[in-house]
Design a protein. Structure first.
Length: 121
């Protein structure tokens, strides 16, 4: 399935248990990315919504309290070509979103590396 075009913006899904804390984190990440001049579309979601949300994601950011579900989340993301990173604990407890930007950049680098390897095969 083709991913939805977002005019070059990175599509980020932030997943937490019920979706409430991910909504707050998503707001802070949008703000920080905007200040940094990064084009992003950030979608919060509950763990139960992940299969539907990951379809269009480039990056899945995971709340630390979901570590027991990390393999399941990685499997879902891999099926759709998304990269997974675990959010810093500080992000879930009031960080300003800027601490997440290096995770997005690292995920982008990982995807570019993976795509270049696939192209050379």
């Amino acid at each position: 399935m083709a991913k939805v075009s977002t005019n070059g913006a990175r599509r980020i899904v932030i997943v937490c248990g019920l979706g409430a804390s991910s909504a707050f984190v998503a707001h802070r990440v949008r703000h920080a990315a905007g200040e940094a001049g990064l084009a992003v579309v950030v979608t919060p979601c509950a763990l139960t919504e992940l299969e539907d949300r990951v379809v269009d994601a480039d990056v899945v950011l995971v709340a630390t309290h979901l570590s027991a579900h990390l393999d399941e989340i990685r499997d879902a993301a891999a099926r759709h070509g998304a990269t997974v990173a675990v959010l810093p604990e500080s992000t879930m407890h009031g960080g300003d979103g800027h601490e997440v930007l290096p995770l997005i950049a690292a995920a982008d680098s990982h995807q570019e590396h993976r795509h270049s390897q696939e192209s050379s095969q």
